[in-house]
Design a protein around this ligand. Sequence first.
Ligand code: ADP
Length: 596
Amino acid sequence: MMKKILQRIILGMVLLLGFVALANLNTQSVQASNKVKDGTYVGTSKGEGGTLKVAVTIKDKKITDIKTVESHETKGLGSEASEQLRAAIVAHNSVNVDAVSGASKSSEGYLDAVKSAVKKSGAPLSMFMSKKKIALSKGLKKSHYTYDVVVIGGGGAGLSAAVTAAENGAKVAVLEKQPNVGGNTAVSGGEFNVPGSDIQKRKGIKDSKAKFVSDTLKGGDNIADPALVNTLADNALGAYKWLKSDVGVRFHKNELLQFGGVSVPRAVVPVGGTGNEIVQKLLTKAKKLGVKVYTSTKATALIKPADRITGVTATNTGKTVTFDAKKGVVDAAGGFAANVAMRVQYNPKYDATYKTTAVAGSQGDGIVMAQKVGAQLVDMKQIQTYPTSNPETGIISYVADSRFSGAILVNQAGKRFVNESGRRDDISNAIMAQPGHYAYLVWGQEVEKLGKTTKTYKKEFKTLKSDKLLYEKKSIKGLAKSFDIDSKTLVDTVDTFNGYVKAKKDPDFAKSAAFTPIKKGKFYIEKVAPSTHHTMGGIKINTSAQAINTNGQIIPGLYAAGEVTGGIHGTNRLGGNAICDIIVYGRIAGKNVTKD
Ligand code: ADP
């Protein structure tokens, strides 16, 4: 009996010690995982051909992208292997991945380089090591598929086109080169300009299609195609209703944003404050309708045996695959804001000194492919920057949306220099003209109460603070000290501005909206800089979303929608008009392609 009691006591102690050890281990890993800072880290290793360097982007504890910076691997096998590994690592958020058969040395080198980059983030490698080794996708079984409609690109435009084509009875494939769909749509704020929305009506805001058209044309310096803009205005409300009722996208019931250059609060906001809500609901709907989504499948060429586009050539795990499109192809491969060489080719101003808000897939593939089959390109030099991006990563800052609720911009001297409710391009140019090419946004609780950006984007807010790009202080003086700004000047600037708010008139920069005082603490100061954001130029289309060739005629079988197209936004796309564009023209392309 005594022996049994002793055994139980010993067992109990062992278990207790085990729990303590486990608890310690858990705390350690939580502490370690808290150390993971969003950022891009470069890692190096020895590949088969020499030094191999990769840049790994980590966001929200996930590996979101890997770019090869330097490689001397045998072309083909080396780069194909690394592409397969990259896709697997990103898709599974794990570096515990099988080597590519026939390229084991290259694979090892690549995985080592990624691991070395991960270590630099301060994260324990174990965070990115799945228990089970990830087997590489064997790729597509066949080298030839046939559909009614093939859509290139799984962003908002492509998915809208795919869903609409499927709703009209077509058998549809979406080709997406990344391991996941979403593109820039998913990382955007998802705001959608809808003239005449239910929310505007509830709030008593008077708006009209005509106002939408005139804002859009004027905002783009009147070089956009009025027919395309009119079609946008005519279909915006219907597209919003479709997203809500058919697709199931949830929008905030009482929130409306008024972006620079827009005459009234017009933008509805999806729940969650990003376009991911739209993408995920479109994806679910697409799958329900039987749309086949091929990820890690990169379209490389449009097939045009004679006059008509009959399909797409693509690559998947290094193999060439052909997708026949009986009715037609919708090119929705997005813009080229992340392609420095292409930016410079069309507008030398936007060289590598600009970071970008765009996802890595925005390389202009869809524009280049269409041009090769004779498409006419328009407005290619019109590249938009987003004025208030993270100055270190280039990524768009949503906390900085405080600007729309009245935050002011000051330079290093603590002085205002621009109308904060003006157009994106004007604000970006004004920031680029300041010493250091950056600025600070300043706001207090009155703005915060309206925009709630530090709460809505809590994660970003926390990261900005830990990266020392944003400070929260009790006084304006405290804000000034945080960034070594002369405190008297900043206090004067804020006082003067508060006087303008009272008078609802800004004699210095003619601020036109969001007159909100900056009197109540806590106050915030955030460092921001412009990044390339949206490329307004692209494939010329007509109001039926048909691609137009260099002779002004349609290219039979080829439709285009979204950022891959040009002519809708002129020199400058207004905030809230991109989502409008991709859903409206995605639907038009998706419907018309089924009629062919
Ligand atoms: P839009 O807003 O016009 O829908 P997005 O940037 O949201 O544009 O989406 C475009 C999508 O197209 C991205 O997911 C991108 O990865 C994808 N894409 C770009 N080039 C290709 C290509 N060659 N093949 C397949 N997908 C592509």
